[in-house]
Design a binder for this molecule. Sequence first.
Ligand code: CIR
Length: 259
Amino acid sequence: MLIALTRGVSPTLGNCELQELDRQPIDIAKAIEQHRRYERCLEELGARVLALPADPRFPDGVFVEDPALVLDEIAVMTRMGAASRRGESESIATALAEFRSLTWIHEPGTLEGGDVMRIGETLYVGASLRTNGEGIRQLREVAAPFGYQVTAVPVHGCLHLKSACCYLGDDTIIANRAWIDASVLAGFRILNIPEDEPRSANVLRVGDTLILPEAFPKTRKLLENSRYHVRTLDLSELAKAEGAVTCTCILFESATSSR
Ligand code: CIR
């Protein structure tokens, strides 16, 4: 069964970490409603939503993608580059321990789940301000016994690798080439996002559907013209916290599998 692990929106979301954006007031009630619709969308697409309660201690707790990377065989608990967020890991670890054995990234390594784009047995990992070389090295070490290769991708001008590119399946990646050197992705078909929608490369595939914020109509058209089935959601308040569609859940099959 496909599980989507989520966490409710913290009432303190307005104090979130920000890297590339200026702070704007966030309407918490609206953020909660938008997040609820996001969870409903995941359910409609066939996922069982496992929702952790909001935790006022952690403004960014809703962005559950960053504290963990769930592979088919194990879960890697990351050590987030944003120190204010590290306390989020405990409850995520407890939830994931029901499904996978856990392994942890240790100091001085840092790694955030938003920096990891998995394509088959390759983990592309953003070398960003949140993920350092030691975090990438440790991930390579823990993932290698299960047959994964790790390829580092320098990221500039955005928060995470998956702010710059996401895998859509069928050897296709949607990307903002201004933020990554796309030469490491040679061999894939690259869909270039429209220049005036630079934050639209963060797209979440669930089954055969792509979820995209409704703020990106040109990107929607691009995807639909490429024959993808797209669902859009209003995520305006989470976007002010530098979040988008992949960062707000961890999607994984409940059973472990070895490949
Ligand atoms: C942060 O800066 O950590 C949060 N405000 C946003 C995290 C978004 N995470 C993601 O895209 N994977």
